[in-house]
Write a new protein. Structure first.
Ligand SMILES: *Cc1c(COP(=O)(O)O)cnc(C)c1O
Length: 384
């Protein structure tokens, strides 16, 4: 164990489940397709530093993050892992990318030239992948002739290794995705017909890997699915890794007609038992789960959230739960087998993505890692 756990509220992360999910994807894609596992947003809230070795041990070729600082955090810990930045890095700090052997996404000749120049000075070729916008209209070269010409000029730079080209689907519909796929193919074949070659071509994130095996090329970029969060449509073989839990810290009786929580927006419609929990929206639990939407599991039974969720505390109705006492465990989000709200269900209740639920779990919540049913590691970001 690395940190003493000083709170009752923790995010418990089952590393065996993540390992299972990574292997499941690896089996699906086979040995001819490389796997770039995405651990941006602090490993979707699971802790990038802790999940990185699990990804690598179970078949990941690359680890992808969104920002330079996310990559540097990992580089300090892991000298040899292949790290990839999916997003933009400002021109002035591109030397960090080169000095730390990080692979950078680029989508301009300006950045290509800066990296080429940096490479010349230290006698090593910075590695990049080119981002091509096939329709999401977020990042990457626009789909047009001038872009193809500029990409070919990048490919001519002597001190730069253009290792790959990639795009990202908008997932608006099957037809739209197909159109994006076809634009991508068209751009690649135009470039490759001139004698250039990309080692890696990639398009698919989690859902696309499963839905469109024919779009996998020779690399895929799974994120969400590795944490066992069910894609909206179906799918089955993945195990949720994260459980958010706490313990009851206070219990009281409240009479019919009395209010609970700020502004008394909720009032007891009978004599009830209220339990107070030591966590709130500062831990990443949305205040929108107040007012009937949210519930938690105590001793195997549902306890509805009552009153407004506060920054650091919230209250649940324990009236129908027998023998409940201070210190009892409360499952805030779980895998659903105990009736708990899963990350998937929370995302639907709140109308946000699964990634948003996960990345809102804040630094204040300690992470407890489980392997083989035992705690193998603990992290409290505030105690660093
Ligand atoms: C986040 C991200 C991914 C992973 O997406 P999931 O849907 O979580 O699998 C893949 N590619 C890019 C470019 C991303 O930004």
């Amino acid at each position: 164990m690395d940190y003493e756990i000083l709170r009752d509220t923790v995010a418990e992360i089952n590393l065996d489940n993540i390992a299972h999910n990574v292997r499941t994807i690896k089996e699906m894609i086979g040995n001819d397709v490389a796997m770039m596992t995405v651990i941006k947003g602090d490993g979707y809230g699971h802790g990038a530093a802790a999940v990185a070795p699990i990804m690598i041990e179970n078949g990941a070729d690359y680890l992808a993050v969104a920002t330079l600082t996310e990559a540097l955090e990992l580089r300090k810990l892991y000298k040899d892992y292949k790290l990839f930045i999916l997003g933009h890095t400002p021109n002035e700090v591109l030397h960090y990318v080169v000095d730390n052997n990080i692979v950078q996404t680029i989508y301009s000749i300006e950045q290509a030239k800066i990296l080429d120049e940096l490479g010349k000075h230290i006698n090593k070729k910075p590695v990049v992948h080119i981002k091509y916008d096939t329709g999401l209209h977020r990042l990457g070269y626009e789909h047009k002739k001038e872009s193809i010409e500029e990409i070919m000029r990048i490919l001519e730079l002597k001190n730069l290794c253009v290792e790959g080209i990639f795009s990202h689907l908008a997932q608006a519909s099957k037809e739209d995705d197909k159109e994006q796929y076809e634009r991508f193919i068209q751009a690649i074949s135009e470039i490759e017909s001139k004698g250039y070659k990309f080692k890696y071509k990639h398009l698919c994130e989690s859902i696309a890997i499963i839905e469109y095996p024919e779009y996998r090329f020779n690399m895929v970029r799974p994120g969400t699915v590795l944490y066992g969060i069910k894609p909206y449509k179906e799918n089955f073989f993945f195990k949720q890794a994260l459980t958010l839990k706490t313990r009851i810290c206070s219990i009281r009786n409240v009479r019919k007609g009395e209010g609970v929580g700020y502004s008394y927006v909720w009032k007891a419609d009978r004599d009830i038992v209220i339990g107070t929990l030591p966590f709130g929206f500062a831990d990443g639990y949305s205040r929108k789960l107040s007012g009937g939407l949210g519930y938690m599991i105590v001793n195997g039974k549902k306890a509805p959230v009552v009153g407004r969720v506060c920054m650091d505390q919230c209250m649940i109705d324990l009236t129908d739960i027998p023998n409940v006492k201070i210190g009892d465990e409360v499952i805030i989000f779980g895998d659903g087998k105990d009736g708990s709200i899963t990350i998937e269900q929370a995302s639907q209740l709140l109308d946000v993505t699964r990634g948003e639920i996960l990345s809102r779990i804040s630094r204040r919540t300690p992470r407890v890692y489980i392997k083989g049913d035992n705690i193998c590691k603990t992290v409290d970001y505030l105690m660093d």
